[in-house]
Design a binder for this molecule. Structure first.
Ligand code: BGP
Length: 488
C-alpha cells in the first residue's frame, strides 16, 4: 500500500475564485475584483481610471498605465464578484466534500474580508466570523482545513496606496493581518500556507513581452518582500501555537530540455532555477541560493535589503513544502517549430505529450520527477496542493455529467504519487484543484471546469448555482475510501 495511513486526501479552492460576496459584510475590494473575464486566446483585462477621469481596460499582463488607479467600472463583467457564491453555499458544499470523504480542504482567507483596505487598526468581525463558521463546519465532518494566507488577492487599497508588494511598507500591514488570523483560529486550524504560487512573479516575467532590467528589478524586489512576509508568518505561527505548521506554495512546472544538445540541457536547468527553485530554496533553506547572484547580475538587479533580513529568512523556514502541478515545459536554444501556446503555458511543444484544450501538457510522470527532485533537495514533508484537469463538461439531458477524461488524468497522477512514495518521498497530502467548479484564475472563465462537483453557472454569469455530482465525484470517493488502492 503506497499511501500511508492518515494521508490527507482532499480538494482545493481559493477565496477570490469561489466565495463571491465581494462587497458583502464589510469586505473591501481586492486586486482580483478589477479583473474581467478572458479566454484561452484573449487575456483578462484590468480596469482603471486616469487622474483626468477617463477610464479604460488593459490586458492584465500589461497592467494599468502609469498614473492610473485600478477601479471597478460600470459596463464590465467581473466574474470573481459573484463567483460560485461559496459565501452563501459553504454548508452544502462542505457536506458534499464530506460525502467524498475529504480528510483535508484547502481554502484561502480573503485579506480584504478581514481588513477591508488592509490598513485598519481593527479587523472586520463579520469577516472573521465567516471563516470561523467555515472551520466549524469542516470540524463537524473531521475535515482539516489547509489555509492559504494570500491567494492572488491583496486588498486593492494597499495595491493602490502603497504599490502592493513592491513596497516594503506593506509588511507591517501583512503582519497585522497574519497575527490576527493566527490568533483567531488557534485550535481550529493546524496547517497554513503563506503565499500561493509565489514564483509566478518571476516565472511569467517576459512571457508576454520582453522584460526590461527594470522589470526584473521590480520582480526580485517584490519577491524579497514576499519572502520576508512568509518568514514573518512562519515565526508568528510558531510563537502563537505549537500546533501550527506552515508551508510554502510553489507553482511546480518542471523544465525539460527539448533536445539533448548540452546547450538545451543547461538552458533548462537555468530556467528551472529562475522560474521554480529560486523561491522554494529561499523559503525552505532560509537563504538565497548561490545562483541568485548570477540571476540578479544578468539584469543588473540590486536588491534593496535591510541588515536583519538574512536572519529573518533563516528563522522563517517553512515546515513543509507544497506545490501545484499541472504541466511540464520545454526549453531550447534551437528554432522552435511548435509552441505549447495556451494560457499561462509557454515554451516549445513537447512531441511526446498531449495537451489540454487550454494548452497545458498532460504529463503525469513529470509529477513523480518533480516530487523526487524537491524531496531530495529539501527533505521536508510535501503536499501536492493543486492538480487537475480544466476541461469542458457536458451536462446530459438527465443532468448527469460524464467526465472520464478527468478521471483518467487524476488516476495517472495519483499512480505517480504512489510510486514516488514507494521511492521514499514523504508525501503527506493531495488536494486536487477546483474540487468544485469555480472561476478560472488565468482566464476568468467558468467553462474551464476542474470540479468533481458541477456548478450551474455559465461565462455570462447565468445559472441557478445548483450543485450536482459528476462521475468523477463517485470515483474520487472510492479513491479516498480505499486510500488510493482502488483507482479503477
Ligand atoms: C493556479 C492557481 C489557482 C488555479 C489554478 C488553475 O495557478 O493557484 O488559483 O486557478 O492554477 O489555473 P486556471 O484557473 O487558470 O485554470
Amino acid at each position: 500500500m503506497s499511501f500511508p495511513e492518515g494521508f490527507l486526501w482532499g480538494g482545493a479552492t481559493a477565496a477570490n475564485q469561489c466565495e463571491g460576496a465581494w462587497d458583502i459584510d464589510g469586505r473591501g475590494p481586492a486586486e482580483s475584483d478589477v479583473l474581467t473575464a478572458g479566454s484561452v486566446t484573449s487575456p483578462r483585462l484590468v480596469t482603471y481610471r486616469m487622474p483626468d477621469g477617463t477610464t479604460g481596460a488593459a490586458p492584465r499582463w500589461k497592467g494599468a498605465p502609469d498614473g492610473a488607479h485600478r477601479e471597478v467600472l460600470e459596463g464590465y463583467r467581473y466574474p470573481n464578484h459573484e463567483a460560485i457564491d461559496f459565501y452563501h453555499h459553504y454548508k452544502d458544499d462542505i457536506a458534499l466534500f464530506a460525502e467524498m470523504g475529504f480528510k483535508q480542504y484547502r481554502m484561502s482567507i480573503s485579506w480584504s474580508r478581514i481588513f477591508p483596505t488592509g490598513m485598519e487598526e481593527t479587523p472586520n468581525r463579520a469577516g472573521l466570523d465567516f471563516y470561523r463558521n467555515v472551520f466549524l463546519e469542516l470540524e463537524k465532518y473531521g475535515i482539516e482545513p489547509l489555509v492559504t494566507m494570500w491567494h492572488f488577492d491583496t486588498p486593492l487599497h494597499l495595491e493602490e496606496e502603497l504599490g502592493g508588494w513592491q513596497n516594503r511598507e506593506i509588511l507591517p500591514y501583512w503582519d497585522r493581518y497574519v497575527r490576527t488570523i493566527l490568533e483567531e483560529y488557534r485550535g481550529l486550524v493546524r496547517n497554513w500556507l503563506t503565499i500561493n504560487e509565489i514564483n509566478n512573479t518571476i516565472q511569467f516575467l517576459g512571457a508576454h513581452k520582453p522584460a526590461t532590467d527594470e522589470d526584473y528589478q521590480r520582480a526580485y524586489q517584490h519577491l524579497h518582500h514576499q519572502f520576508l512576509a512568509s518568514a514573518h508568518a512562519v515565526k508568528m505561527a510558531h510563537e502563537i501555537s505549537d500546533d501550527y505548521r506552515v508551508g510554502c506554495m510553489i507553482c511546480g512546472v518542471p523544465h525539460y530540455p527539448l533536445t539533448c544538445d548540452p546547450a538545451d540541457v543547461m538552458l533548462a536547468q537555468r530556467q528551472m532555477e529562475r522560474c521554480v527553485l529560486y523561491c522554494g530554496d529561499v523559503q525552505a533553506k532560509g537563504k538565497y541560493p548561490v545562483y541568485a547572484q548570477r540571476l540578479w547580475n544578468e539584469h543588473g538587479v540590486h536588491l534593496q535589503t535591510e541588515p536583519e533580513d538574512a536572519r529573518t529568512l533563516a528563522e522563517g523556514t517553512v515546515d513543509f513544502y507544497t506545490f501545484s502541478y499541472y504541466m511540464t515545459t520545454c526549453d531550447t536554444t534551437h528554432e522552435v517549430k511548435e509552441t505549447a501556446g495556451g494560457n499561462m503555458s509557454f515554451g516549445a511543444k513537447n512531441p511526446y505529450l498531449e495537451y489540454s484544450d487550454w494548452g497545458w501538457a498532460f504529463d503525469s510522470l513529470g509529477l513523480r520527477y518533480y516530487l523526487e527532485m524537491v524531496y531530495d533537495r529539501y527533505e521536508k514533508p510535501i503536499m501536492v496542493v493543486e492538480n487537475g484537469l480544466g476541461a469542458f463538461d457536458t451536462v446530459e439531458e438527465d443532468g448527469s455529467i460524464h467526465d472520464p477524461y478527468r478521471i483518467d488524468y487524476m488516476r495517472a497522477h495519483i499512480e505517480e504519487m504512489g510510486k514516488a512514495i514507494d521511492e521514499g518521498v514523504n508525501l503527506i497530502g493531495y488536494t486536487s484543484w477546483g474540487c468544485i467548479d469555480l472561476i478560472s484564475a488565468g482566464t476568468g472563465e467558468m467553462r474551464k471546469r476542474y470540479g468533481f462537483i458541477h456548478v450551474d453557472l455559465d461565462d455570462e454569469g447565468n445559472g441557478t448555482l445548483a450543485r450536482s455530482k459528476k462521475d468523477s465525484f463517485h470515483w474520487y470517493k472510492q479513491v479516498i475510501e480505499s486510500n488510493g488502492t482502488d483507482l479503477t
